[in-house]
Ligand binder design. Structure first.
Ligand SMILES: Cc1cc2nc3c(=O)[nH]c(=O)nc-3n(C[C@H](O)[C@H](O)[C@H](O)COP(=O)(O)OP(=O)(O)OC[C@H]3O[C@@H](n4cnc5c(N)ncnc54)[C@H](O)[C@@H]3O)c2cc1C
Length: 501
């Protein structure tokens, strides 16, 4: 077996689709008996949607997403912030759609690509040597050339590979309930309330009856550990009254209840030899800002285009180290931003809650709103300081630098049809150029494969440089000389180290 993917959550499914789309055989296993029916994540950020679109896995998720346009912050019964108006100017919006539906769409794409998932198949342990990995799967022993651990926060792959996962607990317990209920709030708005004893959050969930809501609240430590559904709902009704001024909350029925503790942890390394980690197996943090699922999807896209090059013999194995070098700093900044936000937004002490009330009005400032939305969208992620961007990134005076996500400029095909650049990008590489770029195309095809590179032309204007775009829509290289591009590819693909693990 070429690649074993452990875990069929959003990260594992994205990785599997990405490899299958490049003709690489994968086996996907998951310890659960069947797909999850309850959703932790509720949002696909614009960047996550782009990744799925490139994979052909976005489907009609944008049409099915709920229309959530704003967020209100209420302190002691008074709405002090109404976020929303400035957001339209901030660019593409978050798709408000449950994780179960995102996963179902990815499974549909996986099946269309000829893949399947072996449910009820837990990975119990693994041992690697120079040529592959011996894996214990349920009662079965198999050998894979590569293993990608997408098996979530408690990753057995990570533990078996001996990769550390240092970090700490961020919050005490959080109650969560998805309930059918009548609530006074606007369906298109997320409400955060701060009242007596702490916070209470209300989020609308897409449902044909329009009565499904997610309720969340931190619970003080003086409650015993094992709370059942009835106790969770009773506490949430109490908190709704005390913290949000919603008396007599009537819950018809609960679709899901749970108790969470939020941790922040980051794997010491994303790769050990032939074992790779992605998604929650590599990083966990507070769900504030809707980053976890989206970061996992981004990891998977970054990893598999590189792994495919290594498996196809087009790159040295050292290329895989650029996966960790590019993606681990992204997780580091997500961990730090979400931890700060959680410590302020869900402060457990009275002093912390006063600080939250004092800082919240800053969110009224449109520029602050736009900045936060831009960060959450993940569209601003860049790899300028990563090992693939190299010194050329620093030489560029204007326009995108190597490592940047390429801007979504209008482009024109040979028949004269116009379309935004990102809608033309798939799982391959692209050369964006005005004028004759035949030499560049030939050079890129020599390194990457003829099928893997296409030429795209801007609809208007002239580009100063020829641009080589990576399969994850980041600028790989820009310049004039095809030979120089070849030298960049030679170095980037680690041809000298091709044989060493
Ligand atoms: C309350 C809450 C709200 C959240 N909200 C958001 C949000 O709005 N936006 C966002 O982006 N993120 C959010 N997240 C985070 C998001 O849910 C996760 O980041 C995301 O699910 C990670 O995907 P994953 O595929 O890496 O791991 P998981 O989704 O955890 O999938 C791991 C898979 O591996 C399987 N598995 C585990 N062990 C084994 C084994 N030994 N062998 C085989 N299979 C195994 C599991 O059964 C599972 O299917 C939230 C999280 C929580 C807790």
């Amino acid at each position: 077996m070429e690649v074993l993917i452990v875990g069929a959550g959003p990260t594992g499914l994205t990785a599997a689709c990405g490899l299958l789309a490049r003709g690489i055989a994968v086996r996907v296993v998951d310890s659960a008996p069947r797909p999850a029916t309850t959703s932790r994540a509720l949002g696909l950020q614009p960047r996550g949607a782009e990744v799925l679109r490139r994979l052909g896995a976005l489907g009609d998720l944008p049409q099915r997403a709920a229309d959530v346009r704003g967020a209100g912050i209420h302190v002691n019964g008074r709405k002090i912030v109404d976020v929303g108006a400035a957001l339209d100017a901030a660019g593409p919006r978050l798709l408000w759609i449950p994780q179960t539906e995102i996963e179902a769409q990815l499974r549909e794409r996986l099946a269309a690509l000829g893949g399947r998932i072996d449910w009820n198949t837990p990975l119990r342990g693994l041992v690697q040597d120079a040529d592959g990995v011996d894996v214990e799967l349920g009662g079965e022993r198999v050998r894979a050339k590569w293993v990608i651990g997408c098996d979530g926060a408690h990753s057995q792959v990570r533990k078996s590979a001996g990769i550390g996962f240092p970090g700490s607990q961020l919050t005490e317990r959080f109650l969560l309930a998805d309930v059918h209920a009548e609530l006074p709030g606007r369906r298109g708005e997320i409400g955060t309330f701060l009242g007596v004893g702490g916070q209470f959050v209300v989020m609308p969930l897409p449902h044909p009856d329009g009565d499904l809501w997610r309720l969340m609240a931190p619970v003080p430590d003086d409650h015993h550990d094992e709370l059942d559904e009835t106790e969770i709902l009773k506490l949430l009704c109490r908190f709704a009254a005390e913290r949000a001024g919603i008396p007599d909350l009537r819950i018809d029925r609960a679709a899901w209840t749970s108790v969470f503790r939020f941790n922040r942890r980051l794997a010491d390394s994303y790769r050990r030899g032939r074992i790779l980690l992605a998604g929650d197996a590599a990083h966990i943090h507070s769900p504030l800002g809707g980053q976890g699922l989206n970061t996992g999807i981004g990891d998977a896209e970054n990893l598999v285009f590189k792994l495919a090059l290594v498996i196809g013999g087009r790159a040295g194995i050292e290329l895989l180290d650029t996966y960790s070098a590019e993606r681990r700093p992204i997780a580091e900044s997500v961990l730090s931003a979400t931890s700060i936000g959680t410590r302020i937004g869900f402060a457990e002490t009275a002093a912390g809650q006063r600080l939250f009330a004092a800082l919240s009005p800053l969110l009224r400032i449109p520029a602050v709103q736009r900045r936060l939305m831009r960060a959450a969208s993940q569209l601003g992620i860049d790899y300028r300081h990563g090992p693939l961007a190299g010194p050329t990134a620093r030489r560029v005076r204007s326009g995108p630098r190597p490592g940047d996500r390429v801007p979504n400029i209008p482009t024109r095909d040979a028949e004269g049809h116009d379309a935004p650049l990102h809608s033309r990008l798939g799982t391959g590489w692209a050369i964006l150029a005005t004028g004759d770029a035949t030499d560049h195309l030939r050079q890129a095809a020599k390194y990457l494969g003829v099928e893997q590179v296409r030429l795209i032309t801007p609809a208007t204007g002239t580009l100063d440089d020829v641009c080589l775009i990576r399969p994850d829509a980041h600028l790989a290289w820009r310049g004039a000389s095809a030979e120089e591009m070849g030298r960049w590819l030679d170095t980037a693909l680690c041809h000298e180290e091709r044989r060493s693990v």
